[in-house]
Design a protein around this ligand. Structure first.
Ligand code: GLY
Ligand code: MN
Ligand code: MN
Length: 436
């Protein structure tokens, strides 16, 4: 792993935090699934962002300007038995040699060492939004210090959210991060192409899921970035459908929301295509409308443009289109005002993308939508979902769910669609599926 990247992040973070202060952050915890089996472990994104250290049971401490070392890692000591049963772990030596810590200590010594490190520090930066166990320990360490404090020892008086610093950093992607996101995007687009070309040999949604995962793993990415959605027909109208257990139906559309994770960076792609390889006329009309909205929204992605502009444009295109198709009736501006589109398009245009699929970073600054800047990555994913029981629309539209989602990098000249290689025009999809 590229240690320079992690070193650069730590340096930047410590400059933001400033001397005289301390940062404490814990790894994710293992989660039991049943009896002796745990869920696959995935490191906490903020912890990994700073350390590149993928083990559980670890705490990183940063003390900007400390002469004896600024970066301390508390982790498991090397244990031959543990290595035999669970595999390689860094141990204290590895923490220093391979992960760039200035010093490393056994995790069991945390309670003995931490109060001393808090001495004379003004502010403690730690992740406030989660990990109640760490929050609890920090209070205990501060109280221990307070009890022991002789005159002249200062006890930290301010507790500051580390997220505030880290999440602003994570919002802007470095060239290394973009390279990892590009790889996640490339392999995920291959998976969508494989799903389109193999769909007709599948009987169930989960068999298409298997094709997607095969492609991720075959190209070296072990994990999806989130539970995959493979939704036939009206299942696509359930936004977080992950059962993936229905039979594929030849006359239906199939909505696939699938992205892989590469070195902790997510891709997030949705494509919707006909199970049979040919769109019906109503499917074609609704699909083209969503695609028009998506293309118009992507056109808005440009440095200096407010984040929300894409959402507003998509709503305009979708509402006008729904009127043209007779699904809504009235004046477009009034329908937008009344949010008449909401029963059919109920989510926002997208989200920041990075280590977390719904990535960190503020969407508003001082109450205003923030403007896009070079290095941000976001998704653009409008959709239309016509409930099958909605008797207010003509039967031909009912039970159709469509979303088209791409990952977009903001660049100097506008934007780059990282996931462009996954076909999305009606012609391209039909041609690929006929050939497949
Ligand atoms: N796959 C989650 C999302 O599209 O937001
Ligand atoms: Mn998304
Ligand atoms: Mn998605």
């Amino acid at each position: 792993m590229n240690q320079e990247e992690f070193k650069r992040r730590r340096r930047f973070m410590m400059e933001e935090v400033g001397e005289g202060n301390i940062v404490i952050i814990a790894s994710a915890a293992e989660k039991n699934r049943n009896r002796d089996v745990d869920y696959p472990f995935r490191q906490d994104s903020d912890f990994y962002y700073l350390t590149g250290f993928a083990e559980s049971n670890a705490v990183a401490v940063f003390i900007p300007g400390r002469q004896q070392g600024e970066y301390l890692l508390f982790c498991s000591e090397f244990d031959a038995q543990k290595a035999l049963w669970e595999g390689v772990h860094a141990g204290l030596e590895g923490a220093v040699e391979d992960y760039g810590a200035d010093d490393a200590f056994p995790i069991e010594d945390l309670d003995d060492i931490l109060p001393g490190l808090l001495e004379n520090k003004a502010r403690v930066f730690y992740p406030m939004g989660r990990d109640s166990e760490l929050n609890h320990h920090i209070l205990e360490w501060v109280n221990t210090l307070r009890e022991k404090s002789r005159s002249g020892i200062r006890v930290p008086g301010e507790f500051v959210s580390l997220e505030h610093v880290l999440h602003e950093m994570r919002l802007f992607k470095s060239s290394q991060e973009i390279a990892w996101m590009r790889q996640a995007a490339d392999i995920s687009t291959k998976a969508h192409i494989r799903a389109m070309t193999s769909c007709r040999s599948c009987q169930y949604e989960f068999q298409v899921e298997a094709e997607l995962i095969h492609e991720f793993m075959f190209h070296g990415l072990r994990s999806p970035a989130y539970p995959l959605i493979v939704a036939n027909g009206a299942n696509a109208c359930i936004l977080h459908y992950t059962e993936n257990s229905s039979r594929l139906q030849a006359g239906d559309l199939l909505l696939i929301d699938a992205g892989a994770e590469c070195n902790y960076y997510a891709a997030d792609i949705t494509r919707t295509f006909p199970v049979s390889g040919r769109f019906s006329q109503p499917q074609k009309l609704l699909y083209q409308l969503v695609l028009d909205a998506q293309l118009a929204a992507i056109e808005q992605v440009h440095p200096g443009i407010p984040w929300n502009r894409s959402h507003e444009i998509a709503i305009e295109v979708l509402t006008a289109g729904l009127v043209d198709l007779g699904i809504l009736s009235g004046a477009v501006s009034e329908l937008i005002e009344e949010e008449a589109y909401k029963p059919y398009y109920m989510h926002r245009i997208g989200h920041w993308l990075g280590m977390d699929v719904h990535d960190v970073g503020d969407y508003k600054l001082d109450g205003q939508w923030r403007v896009l800047e070079v290095g941000m990555v976001l998704t653009i994913e409008p959709g239309l979902y016509i409930p099958k029981e909605d008797t207010s629309v003509a039967p031909q539209w009912r039970g159709i769910g469509i979303r088209i989602e791409d990952d977009v990098l903001v660049t100097d000249s506008g934007c780059e669609v990282l996931t462009d290689a996954a076909p999305k025009s009606i012609q391209e999809i039909e041609a690929l599926m006929q050939a497949g």
